[in-house]
Design a protein around this ligand. Structure first.
Ligand SMILES: NC(=O)C1=CN([C@@H]2O[C@H](COP(=O)(O)OP(=O)(O)OC[C@H]3O[C@@H](n4cnc5c(N)ncnc54)[C@H](OP(=O)(O)O)[C@@H]3O)[C@@H](O)[C@H]2O)C=CC1
Ligand SMILES: [Mg+2]
Length: 352
């Protein structure tokens, strides 16, 4: 190795180590805060807070994007004071992450009644005026947030919802108590520990080699198609869920499953979306739509899907009165799955 290469290699190693070390340090720090209430007290004094009202995050508008403002403890105490609330309410907040510099981030819902809190829901319009923002339903705002804010607010909403729904022990009926970070709840009468739950969901893009299968539920926005999705049943492996869901929803058998990626999805509660590519058995392409689950499903050519991926909303009606078919936005894992399929098809059609 030349002297130059040697130095360049060492530099690369140094940066790799630094990257890894920052990540590991941050991970260990968060672990400590989740495990130890005393360790979590100080970051709550110096950290930043994201505010919610009835599970809707506080957002501010900037150009075509939403921004999620952060508030300091001082600002939060002042706000609570103004509405005649005790600062103790801040203990209802949950830890949702931290910066590279270990500034902890918390989320607090000011619109939920909490059994452990001495306070009730605060008035939404007055809070919005005071905070110079609006509490907007996450489903409506998600795709107009940066990737970082979308991920943080999704985590926050899922955790706040879980705490709101698990205030009582399902065995003793007694109120459960949240640890300071909000990573668990304990029933003081029997020490049962409850951890936040995640529902595994598979999402599958089925292909017949040249086309892919996309479907619509009646609840989807007009014109939008996506890959097939479904919750895992108890006792199933992820691969079994893929096969069952495709069979249930469109009456096809799939094989050659290929993992693509995963994503936390806060709706309807807290799901872990696990994305797969799959191909239909040769000769099996006739769709039988299960109308209890789907509005419609159809095969789409590579050209149709590639064109739809490039389409940007808002979508206007075509001459025949219908909307052009469009696909979920970039932040959704279904978009990633469909984009990957289009890219694979494109590269496999190129001359070697
Ligand atoms: N991020 C992304 O790109 C995408 C995400 N998704 C998400 O995937 C999820 C699943 O897709 P979907 O096709 O609706 O699923 P399914 O095909 O499994 O159908 C939903 C049905 O499953 C029932 N169900 C079973 N277990 C659960 C559970 N743990 N939580 C909630 N409902 C359950 C519901 O019954 P009932 O409602 O009657 O109680 C509902 O009728 C949805 O939440 C959707 O938001 C879907 C497509 C793309
Ligand atoms: Mg489904």
């Amino acid at each position: 190795m030349s002297l130059y290469c040697g130095i360049a290699f060492k530099r690369k190693l140094f940066w790799c180590y630094r990257l890894l070390s920052t990540y590991v340090t941050k991970t260990r720090y968060l672990f400590e805060l989740k495990e130890d209430d005393d360790a979590c007290k100080k970051p709550q004094q110096t950290g930043a807070f994201y505010l919610f009202h009835g599970l809707a995050p506080l957002l501010q508008t900037s150009a075509h994007q939403y921004l999620a403002p952060q508030h300091s403890l001082f600002e939060l105490e002042r706000l609570l004071g103004k509405f005649g609330q005790d600062a103790q309410r801040i203990e209802d907040s949950v830890l949702i992450g931290c910066s590279e510099q270990q500034e902890a981030w918390f989320a607090l819902d000011l619109g939920l009644d909490n059994s452990s809190s001495i306070s009730a829901s605060l008035p939404k319009p007055e809070m919005e005026t005071e905070l110079k923002g609006s509490f907007i339903e996450l489903r409506k705002a998600l795709f107009q947030l940066s990737a970082k804010d979308a991920s943080l607010l999704s985590t926050a909403q899922a955790l706040l919802r879980w705490h709101d729904a698990h205030q009582f022990c399902s065995r003793s009926g007694q109120p459960t108590k949240k640890n300071l970070a909000g990573s668990k709840r304990v029933c003081p009468s029997n020490n049962i520990i409850y951890y936040p739950q995640v529902a595994p969901v598979v999402i599958t893009l089925v292909s017949d080699g040249t086309r892919c299968l996309l479907a619509r539920q009646s609840s989807f926005p007009k014109g939008m198609y996506s890959a097939l999705a479904g919750f895992c049943d108890i006792g199933e492996s992820v691969e079994e869920t893929v096969r069952r869901e495709v069979a249930e929803e469109v009456g096809l058998e799939v094989e050659s499953l290929q993992y693509c990626a995963s994503q936390h999805w806060p709706f309807p509660n807290s799901s872990l979306m696990i994305a797969y590519h799959a191909t239909v058995k040769p000769g099996q392409t006739e769709i039988q739509v299960n109308l209890r689950e789907l509005e419609t499903a159809a095969w789409f050519s590579h050209h149709e899907v590639a064109t739809a991926l490039k389409r940007k909303g808002p979508y206007t009606q075509q001459q025949n009165g219908t909307l052009p078919f469009w696909l979920p936005p970039k932040l959704a894992i279904s978009h990633q799955l469909i984009k990957e399929w289009v890219e694979k098809q494109t590269s496999s059609s190129l001359p070697a």
